[in-house]
Design a protein around this ligand. Structure first.
Ligand code: ADP
Length: 160
């Protein structure tokens, strides 16, 4: 069984993330979406909240599982029996960091490949931080986040 990991902060999940998760689920037998428990990033949503948003919005994808990790991504991938880490690339600005990470991960664990999926054109400008900024300033984010969790996200971000 070919298992892939889609790692990220998902603070919160956007339509751009979902597009990558969905496309990965068509390519692999099983996809583990791994929420990073990194407090250094000062997330707005707890790991549990982020996982719950992901569960709600991926419930139509039977081969997708939601999990969380701290520590090294390659260790988590090995523990889960994954052979690939799948990441989305939005723009050239994502490339340098991702390129470095993939080379480091390859050195740490040669058996795990990093695979990149191009962003879909309609989501190339989307990031969790942009969405948080717009919502906290009272802007409409309904085109950027899944409908099922839109109200919960807006409630939280406008009551900070
Ligand atoms: P961010 O906080 O930058 O939105 P995350 O760390 O949660 O992103 O990202 C998890 C993964 O999803 C990364 O591989 C990232 O490149 C990818 N990603 C995020 N937004 C998009 C998008 N709009 N299109 C394609 N990939 C995306």
């Amino acid at each position: 069984m070919k298992v892939a990991i889609c790692p990220g902060s998902f603070d919160p999940v956007t339509l751009g993330h979902l597009d990558i998760i969905e496309r990965t689920s068509y390519l692999f037998d099983k996809v583990i979406v791994a929420v990073l428990c990194n407090m250094e990033k000062h997330p707005n949503f707890t790991v549990e909240e982020r996982m719950e948003f992901l569960r709600e919005t991926t419930s139509h994808l039977p081969n997708v599982e939601i999990s969380s990790f701290d520590g090294l991504l390659v260790d988590f991938a090995k523990e889960k029996g994954a052979t690939a880490v799948v990441k989305g690339l939005r723009a050239v600005s994502d490339f340098e960091y991702e390129f470095q990470m993939s080379l480091i991960n390859k050195k740490l664990c040669p058996d795990i490949e990093t695979v990149y999926l191009n962003t879909s054109q309609e989501y190339m400008y989307l990031s969790s931080s942009v969405i948080k900024q717009i919502a906290s300033l009272g802007g409409d984010i309904s085109n950027f986040v899944p409908e099922a969790i839109h109200t919960k996200i807006v409630d939280r971000l406008t009551n900070m």
